[in-house]
Design a protein around this ligand. Sequence first.
Ligand SMILES: Cc1cc2nc3c(=O)[nH]c(=O)nc-3n(C[C@H](O)[C@H](O)[C@H](O)COP(=O)(O)OP(=O)(O)OC[C@H]3O[C@@H](n4cnc5c(N)ncnc54)[C@H](O)[C@@H]3O)c2cc1C
Length: 371
Amino acid sequence: MKIPIAIVGGGPAGAHLGYCLASEGIKATIFDDSHPREKPCGGGISALALKKFPLLRGLHYDDNDDWLKLVSPDGKEALVTGDEETSAFSRKRMDMFILNKAIDAGSNLVEERVVDFERSGDVWKIKTNRGAYEANVLVGADGVNSLVRRKLIGPIPKEHLGVCLGVFAKSPRHAEEMTTIQFLKGMEGYAWLFPREEDLSIGVGTVLENGKHLKAELDKFLKKYAGHTQILSSWGAMLPMPKHEGFFRLPAAGDDWLLVGDAAGHVDPMMGAGITYALWGAEVAAKAIASADVKSYDKMWREEYGRDILEGIKMRRLLSHKTMLEIFIRLSARSRTFGNVMCGLVDSEQDYRTVWKVILKSAPRILYELL
Ligand SMILES: Cc1cc2nc3c(=O)[nH]c(=O)nc-3n(C[C@H](O)[C@H](O)[C@H](O)COP(=O)(O)OP(=O)(O)OC[C@H]3O[C@@H](n4cnc5c(N)ncnc54)[C@H](O)[C@@H]3O)c2cc1C
């Protein structure tokens, strides 16, 4: 079967791209055989993302969770609050919601798994577990282990990967649960507890090479913050965690292909959050495809949000020093204004490019609060 645009993967990146293209009158075909499914994830979305992507507003629920507990590697706790509320969603609900929007707008979902593809002249020959297709443009929206990426530019190198272990759980006092983030001691990464509409996502993540310590870290965190909960299921997952700028030297697009979301490695390098960039990348990719200049996506995403990802790498480096984290969290505990900035940083409300300016501008107030 001949199709114009083949999107491999119907997670937030692929589904949102399908939606944006359909809104431009371009019919895309999304390949994904996994829905409905829960994905190992916090499901956390900043208020900024909820504002930027009006599509998500239909998902919103009132979670009454205005405070965030930040915990330093030594266990110092700071209660911080941001200007805007963040929310966390089940990925079964969120992904299905976006995918349905794409289908309603005119995209086609093929519930098959892409097992191989090759270029033949100026078309892509795509093989799935059940059929064969031909497409003019191929999009890799197939996540961290992307087949499209692997075959076109190679897999995400190990040094740029992270690994997570976690559980979904039920709490007998769900309404009182507070979003909690504890930075790990002696290694990069953090543990989290995110209350969602119906459950809690609790997990711990670090760089791949420290993966062997994760089970012990998860057990410690569960004991301290989730001893009262009932574990529903356990999981492990990988995610892109760009370590240095060199990762982005490879192009994310060619004349008739492009990569979006995790497949492109477009995540917040400090926190590993990628839903916002998956949606943002999809919007940029749709513009490039609609302008019949697919390759321009590679320039466009760098201009739109590339700088922020690069600044995030620098922040990751800075906060990989335990002393820095201890200072930041202790300052957050004593200054509401500083805590506000830290809250914005971890929930993606505050971008990495302007954070130092914001801190400098607020310095007199921070000093006043500290004294
Ligand atoms: C434990 C964990 C916690 C996280 N917490 C957060 C968080 O709180 N907030 C946040 O913003 N980000 C978080 N992230 C990151 C976030 O999950 C990803 O950045 C986001 O899902 C990327 O979206 P995507 O569409 O690119 O990829 P995915 O969501 O991975 O979707 C890819 C889709 O492609 C499909 N697929 C794969 N291969 C094929 C194939 N060959 N053929 C057809 N279909 C295929 C898959 O079934 C899947 O549906 C977390 C990640 C992990 C691992």
